[in-house]
Write a protein of this length. Structure first.
Length: 602
């Protein structure tokens, strides 16, 4: 553990001190000067009190703090990472070491030889924490080795509990203080101080495999030999002590703070065993901290906590699923995400749409529903009327070629979908505004993202046109290549995004994309409840290896008899700090299976 404050923690600490000591009636007037502030910074006891407060805050709100990306760069996190500062630092005056583990503290000497104020503050730390030290008197030769004055003394290893003495004896030597003090004033008694050895062991977590050694931290940092018969661990803890490996191991079953008393040697050659103790902390499984609460049954716009759908065709399948996030479960609120998948009747054209309602908008769950439904109707109407024209154009598009005909066809199709998506966004916004007017609230109460893919899937080729407003992802996945069909919108701060509103026309052309491919395995749309934990950043979305890993996760689910249900269960995966709704929509090609039986008869 660091002996000094890091620069960032020191800055935060100093800012807090100045706020506490500022004269509120006189702006910028402080009770103490800058030099005094610097001296306060050296007081480890004040800093440790500050750290303890931060620990209490985290103990009460840890699972909520993990949800906030801001916590990862906060002053609170830096204070917790800094840790408590050790209080047992050497003092330049007043300490005389007589043995490696024994110190002599002379109060009189400290008064006769003044030390600087910084050292004095450190000295106060020593005096204030004398309740953690142990006073020892001289031991007669005939005295049986045992526990004297709360200070452990070497004795044979035994499983019999040691009895603690509650009496602290002070050295009452017959030294004539007047002989060394001509002034006649009585000197302070000289006390023999001996510290208990200090041990540490890493924290464990409920449900996770654990292996760790108990290690001495003071007076030296080293491994020790533990007497396995002496250490007592609660039987229902799920942890045992392995004598051969000299470590605690197992899978913890309960959270808590446990005092483990044991006997140890610094080496196998040592003749006698000493006694020590360590605090063993087992933290709760974060998943156990989340509650599952139901929304108000009288609230408007009731929505199911999960939904899924499967559409099967001759050459391809469509699947979508949506699951309420843990943050909504804990708060007792509704799922804000929504989706819609559809196949245009008697064509090879399909629609995949996902929407993520803004968590801060009170009716966003309805906004996402209105957005996907209105978008689906507009696009279905368009495709039913114009698919023959589009099919004819695509017949002239040579996949992988850049000849003039292909370029001309691509430009015409792009313009058609650009105009169609523009109308689609307008209609969706109007639907939301009409609902807001009916409810007599602002339209932003229905804020939502909107991601749309229009796909024509033939036996060997895949045409796709997309519209992307907000975060999440749309991608065309192939074994050797992944094509992102746009770029997620980011807000001014982490976790923010753009929502579907009247500003959608700005840079609208960049929100529409088209492509025609002969190597597509799947078209994938997802909200940020999935893209954030699996890809983390925009750079992650562009990383082909991350997409391969993602496909390896979901592809086995697509082979199940009910892939929509299988992926709905998969979407409940736990990822610390990521507890939003999760919605996924996929179009994937069926594998080409040769008719072996038919070939055999030929």
């Amino acid at each position: 553990m660091s002996q000094t404050l890091t620069h960032e923690v020191q800055t935060v600490f100093l800012s807090t001190l100045k706020q506490l000591l500022q004269d509120q009636t006189q702006p910028n007037q402080f009770v103490v000067d800058d030099e005094s502030f610097n001296q306060l910074l050296k007081n480890k006891k004040i800093y440790n009190a500050y750290h303890d407060l931060a620990e209490q805050i985290y103990a009460l709100m840890g699972f909520q703090l993990e949800q906030s990306p801001a916590f990862q760069h906060s002053s609170l996190q830096r204070i917790l990472e800094q840790g408590r500062l050790p209080i047992y630092a050497s003092i330049s005056a007043g300490l005389d070491r007589t043995e490696p583990n024994q110190q002599q503290f002379d109060h009189t000497q400290m008064m006769l030889n003044p030390i600087n104020e910084g050292d004095a503050l450190e000295s106060i730390d020593q005096l204030d924490f004398l309740d953690e030290l142990y006073l020892s008197a001289p031991i007669d030769a005939e005295t049986e080795p045992s526990l004297i004055n709360d200070c452990f003394v070497a004795k044979p290893c035994s499983t019999t509990p040691l009895l603690l003495s509650t009496t602290a004896n002070i050295d009452s030597s017959n030294t004539d203080h007047k002989q060394n003090n001509p002034s006649g004033k009585q000197n302070h008694e000289v006390k023999m101080v001996k510290k208990m050895p200090h041990f540490q062991i890493p924290n464990a977590r409920v449900g996770q495999d654990y292996q760790a050694r108990i290690q001495m931290q003071y007076p030296v940092k080293e491994d020790v030999l533990i007497c396995s018969e002496s250490i007592k661990i609660p039987e229902d803890l799920g942890i045992v002590f392995d004598d051969e490996a000299q470590q605690l191991q197992g899978i913890p079953l309960q959270a808590g703070e446990f005092k483990l008393v044991f006997q140890y040697k610094n080496s196998e050659a040592a003749q006698a065993w000493s006694s020590g103790e360590v605090t063993f902390i087992i933290t709760a499984d974060p998943r156990s901290l989340w509650q599952v609460n139901e929304p108000d049954i009288n609230a408007p716009y009731q929505k199911a906590h999960s939904d899924h759908q499967l559409i099967q065709t001759e050459y391809f399948n469509l699947m979508a699923c949506s699951q309420r996030g843990r943050s909504h479960e804990h708060a007792g609120t509704f799922r804000d995400d929504d989706f819609l998948i559809a196949r245009v009747a008697e064509t090879d054209w399909s629609l995949l749409i996902v929407a993520d309602g803004a968590g801060s908008a009170s009716y966003s769950r309805q906004g996402s529903l209105l957005a996907v439904q209105s978008a689906a109707k507009t696009l279905t109407d368009y495709l039913e009327q114009h698919h023959p024209h589009l099919d004819l154009l695509l017949q002239q598009w040579q996949v992988g070629s850049d000849d003039e005909m292909t370029k001309s066809v691509a430009q015409q199709i792009y313009k058609d979908f650009h105009d169609t998506f523009y109308k689609t966004a307008q209609v969706a916004i109007e639907a939301i505004e009409q609902e807001a007017e009916l409810k007599q609230v602002a339209a932003k109460a229905y804020a939502t993202t909107l991601l749309v893919a229009v796909v024509k899937q033939c036996e060997q080729k895949t045409f796709i046109s997309t519209f992307w407003m907000g975060d999440g992802a749309i991608a065309v996945y192939a074994k050797d290549k992944v094509r992102l069909m746009g770029k997620p919108d980011g807000g001014e701060f982490a976790g923010q995004t753009r929502f579907l509103d009247r500003s959608f026309a700005q840079q609208f052309g960049s929100r529409v994309n088209i492509g025609y491919y002969d190597d597509c395995e799947a078209v994938i749309l997802m909200t940020d409840g999935i893209s954030d934990p699996r890809f983390e950043t925009d750079a992650g979305l562009a990383n082909h290896e991350k997409w391969q890993a993602f496909w390896q996760e979901i592809e086995p689910q697509l082979q199940q008899p009910h892939p929509d249900q299988a992926l709905l269960e998969w979407s409940k995966f736990f990822s610390a700090g990521h507890h939003d709704d999760r919605t996924l929509a996929i179009l994937w090609n069926k594998p080409v299976i040769a008719d072996v039986e038919g070939l055999a008869h030929d």
